[in-house]
Design a protein around this ligand. Sequence first.
Ligand code: FMN
Ligand code: SF4
Ligand code: SF4
Length: 251
Amino acid sequence: MNTWITATFSPTGSTRAVAQAIAATREQEHIDLLKPTAPRTISSTTPLLAVVPVYGGRVPAIAIERLAALQGQGGPAIAVVVYGNRAYEDALLELKNALTRSGFRVVAAAAFIAEHSIARSIATGRPHSQDKQTAADFAAAVDTKLALPQAQQSAISVPGNEEMKPLPQMPATPVVTDACGGCGRCARECPTGAIPADNPRTTDASRCILCMRCVSVCPRQARILPPPLLAGMTARLQACAAEPRLPEIFV
Ligand SMILES: Cc1cc2nc3c(=O)[nH]c(=O)nc-3n(C[C@H](O)[C@H](O)[C@H](O)COP(=O)(O)O)c2cc1C
Ligand code: SF4
Ligand code: SF4
């Protein structure tokens, strides 16, 4: 069994949970793309498992940017997107293309489903045990492929349009309630630096990607989405994303 490096961008933890279900005991090192990534070359014998969430059918731009600090030397990569049961649209192709541009050979790909980090009533509790079993089966299939001579490792193709849909515009940022104690944890953990350390009750809308990390890490539940926005998004998703989808794998 190969040992892998995993790289994840996981503001509320479900992308990381999918990565762990896939890599399991194979993981030798984790690179956290929530923080700036130091430039690094990955040896051609170490598989890279890159796992990112889907935002508006695309990969968050900052995740692509930080992933680009990792350069391959023709070694294998596994591209995985995690989405909240609506659709992943161009995200898997975008991730595969980004890894290819960085010098990796994308030998396998997958799209997994997780609880929607904005509308928690969509895909609640996923990845569940069946998803995790699919993740383990996917990893075993990747191991089998990597054991073949390189010339026999077939190329894969994934869904998506080369002309990517536009990056999503965020309709709002989280707001802060009177429960805030000013501890600054949200500012320290925001992946885009959208919360000023000296004034964590505010948010720079031009930097916020609505990733929900500040909402999930605040110990006082003092960061919330504006309730009418959350209600509207939940209703729209209930109409188009209520039927459970299955993971898709490409090996
Ligand atoms: C800003 C934003 C946009 C999202 N867009 C989509 C989407 O286009 N399709 C979808 O199915 N899920 C979408 N989701 C849900 C996330 O892809 C999903 O919940 C993912 O598991 C979150 O990963 P995390 O727990 O690692 O933060 C979106 C979530 C956020 C925060
Ligand atoms: S983490 Fe919560 S309590 Fe702490 S500063 Fe941020 S909003 Fe306030
Ligand atoms: S301020 Fe925006 S980008 Fe920063 S953690 Fe909160 S939702 Fe994410």
